[in-house]
Design a protein around this ligand. Structure first.
Ligand SMILES: Cc1ncc(COP(=O)(O)O)c(C=O)c1O
Length: 395
């Protein structure tokens, strides 16, 4: 065996010894409020899926995927500019643009690709890119790939953002990028302030709304709608792999000039295949389903409120907020992983996150609430959390 693999094995052993090794859990059922663990055959309540609206297994959504598969086959078999793009992709992109109140949209196989294909494509040395320190890893990597000047501001610190804008007065273009909802904290970006600063300093704003699309706002349009700013954010990137069907896929939405330019130059667009037709088909159906079932958003909101309130009553201290991402800081990575293992034994599937996903010392259990959950299931989760929390001295 080459020395490289020996080194990797040694590092893996070290992770195991420190209790921070991530064990993949195999499921034998679709994502839903309850899932079946392959190893044990047992059913557990699922609190770690981004299946916020319960659409992953919704019949209408799955059937639409099947129909697209029948009509278009498995895929494009190459990148879109080489061997054509399906009508279905165009329909989905029009639907997304309309959903967000923006002029156009361009899909990618993931939001990871959408973010990687955004900033490096048009920001150059004479531009300045300004990014929140807690932005998602796909933004961080996109920022790293960009040749422009880069400035990172403290999480949601509007003073630092303003300083970054003031300090880049001679830039050709200033570009601010932020998560809409921060995935590890569950808090919402200060969008009205960010837009106001962008206006004052002539900057362009992009919001990655992956955890807000289908979740925030009275009709699930995301962070802009939450703040009464629907259609007012110039650029939105987001995923189709969470609330809107949950398979895969991402997009960038914004002015037609932007998506046209990305079609010409963005590397994940030029060098990677299109979204599989089945995924495009069920994503379209997911948006339609959301629009004709506004009660899903209400249920998600009610479930979230119920869970957050009962957690506080039980003595837990989740990070404050109003989104369905409910993190409870535990501290050390090994301790968060231990808690998640103990909860699994109690019939609750919830993951502990530690370094390098979150900074050292801030490991956490991240609960995610869905419209698919029933109150009895949330009560069962709360009972298990109280029991395990007491054993570990968390409450
Ligand atoms: C904020 C944010 N952006 C992007 C992504 C990546 O999304 P995708 O799975 O579509 O690549 C995620 C997924 O975790 C995310 O939370």
């Amino acid at each position: 065996m080459h020395g490289l693999f020996g080194r990797l094995q040694a590092e893996i052993e070290e992770m195991r010894e420190q209790g921070v090794y991530k064990q993949l859990i195999h499921l034998d059922s679709p994502q839903d409020a309850v899932v079946k663990i392959a190893e044990t055959g047992g059913e557990v309540i699922n609190l770690c899926s981004n299946n916020y609206l319960g659409l992953c297994s919704k019949r209408e959504v799955v059937e639409a995927g099947r129909a697209a598969y029948e009509q278009y086959g498995a895929g494009t078999s190459s990148v879109r500019f080489i061997c054509g793009t399906f009508t279905l992709h165009r329909q989905l992109e029009e639907k997304i643009a309309d959903f967000l109140g923006l002029e156009s949209a361009l899909t990618y196989v993931s939001c990871w690709n959408a973010n990687m294909g955004l900033m490096p494509t048009f920001l150059e040395e004479e531009d300045v890119l300004i990014s929140d320190e807690l932005n998602h890893a796909s933004i961080i990597d996109g920022v790293r790939m960009t040749r422009s000047n880069r400035k990172i501001y403290k999480h949601s610190d509007m003073k630092e953002l303003e300083q970054a804008l003031q300090g880049s007065a001679d830039a050709r273009n200033r570009f601010i990028i932020t998560d809409g909802v921060f995935s590890m904290e569950g808090d919402i970006c200060k969008l009205p302030d960010i837009l106001e600063l962008a206006e004052r300093y002539d900057a362009v704003v992009a919001v990655d709304d992956s955890h807000a699309t289908g979740v925030l706002g009275s009709t699930g349009r995301g962070t802009p709608e939450h703040y009464g700013l629907h259609g007012k954010v110039p650029i939105i990137t987001s995923t189709l792999g969470k609330a809107l069907g949950g398979a895969a896929g991402g997009f960038t939405a914004g002015p037609a000039e932007l998506t046209d330019y990305l079609t010409q130059r963005s590397r994940p667009m030029l060098f990677s295949n299109a979204l599989p037709p089945a995924t495009a088909g069920h994503s379209l159906a997911a948006i339609d389903y959301l629009d004709s079932h506004p009660e899903l958003i209400e249920k998600l909101r009610a479930n979230t409120k119920y869970f957050r309130e009962r957690l506080l009553e039980a003595g837990f201290k989740p990070i404050e907020g109003e989104t369905p991402i409910v993190p409870i800081i535990i501290g050390e990575t090994a301790e968060a992983i231990r808690m998640s293992k103990m909860l699994l034994d109690e019939g609750v599937f919830v993951i502990g996150f530690g370094y390098p996903v979150v900074p050292h010392g801030t490991a956490r259990i991240r609960c995610q609430i869905s419209a698919a959950h029933e109150i009895e299931q949330l009560d069962a989760v709360l009972a298990a959390m109280k029991k395990v929390g007491a054993k570990l001295g968390v409450v």
